[in-house]
Design a protein around this ligand. Structure first.
Ligand code: SAM
Length: 210
């Protein structure tokens, strides 16, 4: 089992040891007095951790999160990370995200298109420690390559690749192979894992800039 970042623990929920972070509740998730359940069935990053991938996260990192939606996963990230820039291009979820950030002074929502990093380059600090990506859109590897500019030399890309977002008709393994080939235009791929049983036809990828 890989080490958890500081600020992430396994706690008893529903009689099982589950991932949890400490922070104000966001989406009706179960909580005990301090900790809130970080459900791998709702979060690709939590599923990557549960799948045994070494994310390289220690806690306290500066994070660029691509595809934040209404903040389910990025709220947990902001619980244990340092400055957390959350990019999402759909206005409605960003409204919720802004509400999530009210309780988290280290979380910075950005209503931006992750395919156009130049539009937020003036806001996001250079040399972030980690890019977490869950955009579930065609061209996922290209989005990661285009955002590599923000990542420090030995930083980590933690990406979830959804096969069906690329092509619903192709075998997911073939889609993943192509996505990894595209990723290698900017990254060295360190580890991969399928995210079943938490998320069907998703590949978790840990990579570093090359
Ligand atoms: N990561 C979220 C979570 O776990 O809480 C769920 C993300 S959802 C699977 C994918 C999100 O990526 C959607 O909200 C979608 O609007 C967003 N997205 C897709 N393409 C994007 C792009 N080019 N720029 C920014 N956001 C994008």
């Amino acid at each position: 089992m890989t080490d958890l970042p500081e600020g992430v623990e396994r706690r008893a929920f529903d009689g099982r040891q589950r991932l949890a972070t400490r922070g104000p509740p966001v989406y009706g998730e179960p909580t005990d007095e301090e900790w809130r359940l970080w459900d791998a069935g709702r979060s690709k990053l939590a599923a990557m951790i549960e799948s045994g991938l070494d994310t390289g996260l220690d806690g306290g990192e500066t994070v660029l999160y691509l595809g934040a939606a209404s903040g389910t996963t990025v709220s947990h990230v902001a619980d244990f990370a340092g400055p957390t820039y959350a990019v999402e291009f759909a206005p409605r979820p960003v409204r919720d995200l802004v509400g999530v950030a009210e309780d988290r002074p280290n979380l910075f929502p950005l209503l931006k298109d992750a395919r156009k990093p130049e539009t937020y380059a003036h806001v996001v600090e250079a040399d972030v420690d980690a890019i977490v990506q869950d955009v579930a859109t065609r061209g996922q590897a290209r989005v990661a390559v285009e955002n590599r500019r923000f990542l420090r030399e030995d930083g980590r890309l933690l990406a979830a690749i959804k096969a069906r977002s690329e092509d619903v008709t192709r075998d997911p393994d073939d889609v993943f192979e192509d996505a990894l080939a595209d990723l290698r235009e900017g990254y060295e791929v360190l580890e991969t894992a399928r995210l079943e049983p938490y998320h069907d036809d998703h590949l978790g990828v840990v990579a570093r800039p090359e």
